[in-house]
Design a binder for this molecule. Structure first.
Ligand code: SF4
Length: 354
């Protein structure tokens, strides 16, 4: 029987993914960008963002020289905005501390903002062929099943066990080790994304089925051990769609924070939209309550109660946040948080709410 890594690398060569826009390059900048965008985000969602980002910032120096608003605008809608701020900080550090070239080893890449151990290893493996193991969420699922590892993989002891296996399973050193490492790393990612999926693993096509503990014991649906679910807290906010002369008022969100750095609608805490408008220096000629909706973040849910306000007399006060008026015809192109954009497109583009 060939080693685990060899079977996965050979399967990748024959049946893995080869045409994703960030493949077939050894450029660490492009690889890093894709790895950060792909964290908790589907490939199909990432592709247009990745393409636009590279068109605007072809090199790490271009990204470092951009202002934060430009970066946030290109990221808007992709979610988990801390990634965008870290991305920018990382580019600046690569330029200031490493002369504009990515560090040549995973151990140094890991010291940059927003890059954890597994991401650093993936960049080093794809860019330099370094024999550093990855262990992202998909790989944890493959390992838990194949090696029959019990316990919640987000728990430290279980994760450490998996790191030890990951380290032990990297391809052996040798003349073609760099190429094998690239294939194996991509193969693990492809296996987790396409065959050893969460709900319904396609074990019949799996290159490591002969040694898979979960398959042997028919425990694919028990492994990995599910995480204990904590109740997700829920918060509430009111949002004001204030319209005047076919423009709507936007405020810049404080950074850091939820949607930090993005333009969004003014928010208010209690249920009185007219009072919230007056506090902004706006008399509401008409205020219509729109259907509420729920937006889910990683750690909480946000119940959003939107109001559509037609502004009458207006003497806009200086708010703590910068404010702009956006023509309603530009809603579709604007860099807005995803649920805000959906709400505004419903109102001004599709004419149907949510
Ligand atoms: S045999 Fe099935 S459960 Fe085991 S690693 Fe392959 S796809 Fe996953």
């Amino acid at each position: 029987m060939q080693p685990f890594s060899h079977r996965i690398a050979e399967w990748q060569r024959a049946s893995g993914r080869h045409t994703l826009p960030w493949q077939n390059t050894h450029d660490p900048y492009r690889i890093w960008l894709s790895e950060i965008m792909l964290q908790q985000t589907q490939v199909a969602t990432v592709i247009p963002y990745y393409t636009r980002f590279l068109a605007s910032f072809p090199t790490v120096a271009d990204l470092a020289a951009a202002d934060e608003e430009q970066v946030m605008a290109l990221w808007a809608g992709l979610g988990y905005y801390t990634r965008a701020r870290n991305l920018h900080a990382c580019a600046r550090q690569v330029v200031s501390d490493w002369g504009g070239r990515f560090p040549p080893a995973a151990a140094d890449i890991k010291t940059l903002p927003g890059i954890g151990r597994s991401t650093a290893a993936a960049i080093a493996a794809f860019a330099y062929g370094e024999r550093s193991p990855i262990l992202d969420g998909n790989v944890k699922r493959v390992f838990a099943r194949h090696f029959g590892i019990e316990g919640d993989p987000t728990k430290r002891a279980v994760e450490q066990r998996m790191w030890a296996i990951a380290q032990a399973e990297v391809p052996a050193d040798g003349p073609d080790a760099a190429e094998q490492m690239r294939r194996y790393t991509q193969g693990l990612m492809d296996l987790g994304a396409t065959l050893c999926t969460r709900g319904d693993p396609a074990c019949g096509a799996c290159p490591v089925r002969a040694t898979c503990m979960a398959l042997r014991e028919a425990r694919q649906h028990e492994l990995p051990t599910p995480r204990e679910r904590k109740a997700v807290p829920q918060r509430q906010t009111g949002m004001l769609v204030i319209e005047k002369n076919s423009e709507i008022l936007l405020q810049r969100r404080p950074s850091p924070g939820i949607w930090g750095g993005l333009w969004s609608l003014p928010e208010f805490a209690d249920g009185d939209a007219a009072l919230a408008c007056r506090q902004l220096g706006i008399e509401a000629a008409e205020a219509v309550r729109l259907p509420e909706f729920l937006h889910t973040f990683t750690h909480f849910k946000l119940q959003i109660a939107p109001w559509h306000v037609r502004a009458g007399a207006l003497a806009l006060r200086d708010a703590q946040a910068p404010q702009v008026w956006l023509p309603t015809g530009e809603v579709a192109q604007a860099a807005l948080p995803a649920p805000v954009k959906k709400l505004l497109q419903g109102l001004f583009v599709r004419g149907t709410l949510l």
